[in-house]
Write a protein that binds this ligand. Structure first.
Ligand code: GDP
Length: 271
């Protein structure tokens, strides 16, 4: 990335314990559902999950597809999803069943109706809870001392013989590429209160303009951070710009898709 761009000094929280839990729990799971934000799927890939993914078949879910343009994603199998709509359960269940069919059939031959257990993973804010709640709308939480059901874990029954396990939402990747860190900040995967939000929102304007030269003019009628402040009336006493308010507005409107649909991965040098 260019050295004149903003560099995020951001350190991931302690996640060893949470990762250990996942590595332990994967033993009880048949597959992984790997949720990614469709606006930046490559940026959402967490290298800390590699070991977990290698151990089980994995379905990649490009979520928030309503906020993204059509995205090429190299890993398969993959489905796209808008978890906020009510008609997506069949698509997810079908994809999971398809991947697990050989196993389900093998058990069927032995007269066993195999229950598929899927672990849902992904960076914070990619939509794991929304996805799970959507699928499990009419289901009940699996509780009790069943074999393979760890006490205190949130297993949900979704369909006949399909259970989902939610995982902690605080599994930040170890970010080595600054643009990846910025992308995760833009999509809300890194908590705003630990970020320099004014600088981030200014950089977001620069980055969005690279991806779509007319998007800022289209939304704000102007292009610079300062002009946006003035045009929106984000000005304090003494004619001082209310930069914090402008930053929040820019981030919120971008995240809600009001500036357009973007593939932020295109900003990464080697993509
Ligand atoms: P988690 O941290 O991965 O569990 O993410 P959440 O399920 O809490 O979702 C984070 C935010 O993204 C919430 O405001 C959701 O309403 C929103 N969200 C989740 N899925 C989608 C989607 O497919 N499209 C859109 N537009 N928003 C979504």
């Amino acid at each position: 990335m260019n050295t004149d761009n903003l560099v995020i000094h951001w350190f991931p929280g302690h996640m060893t314990k949470a990762l250990r839990m996942l590595e332990d729990e994967i033993k009880n799971c048949d597959l992984v559902v790997y949720m990614l934000d469709a606006r930046a799927p490559m940026s959402c890939l967490n290298p800390s999950f590699n070991e977990i993914v290698q151990r089980r078949p994995t379905l990649f879910v490009l979520n928030k597809v309503d906020l993204a343009p059509q995205v090429m994603f190299p890993h398969k199998p993959v489905i796209t999803m808008n978890s906020t709509t009510s008609n997506m359960k069949g698509k997810a269940v079908d994809a999971i069943t398809h991947i697990m069919k050989p196993r389900i059939d093998a058990f069927k031959q032995k007269g066993v109706n195999k229950t598929i257990r899927a672990m849902v993973i992904g960076v914070p804010n990619c939509g794991k809870s929304t996805f799970i709640n959507n699928l499990a709308a009419k289901a009940k939480t699996v509780t009790g001392d069943r074999p393979g059901v760890t006490k205190g874990k949130q297993w949900l029954t979704v369909a006949d013989n399909l259970w989902l396990l939610d995982t902690p939402g605080t599994l930040y990747p170890k970010i080595t590429d600054n643009q990846v860190a910025l992308n995760l900040a833009y999509i809300g995967s890194i908590k705003d209160d630990i970020l320099p939000l004014i600088e981030i929102s200014k950089q977001l304007l620069v980055d969005l303009k690279k991806l779509d030269p007319s998007c800022l003019m289209h939304r704000f009628g102007c292009e610079t951070f300062e002009d946006i402040c003035r045009k929106r009336g984000y000005v304090l006493k003494g004619n001082v710009l209310d930069e914090e308010r402008a930053a929040k507005a820019i981030m919120t409107e971008f995240r809600a898709g009001k500036l357009g649909k973007f593939n932020l991965d295109k900003l990464i040098d080697n993509q």
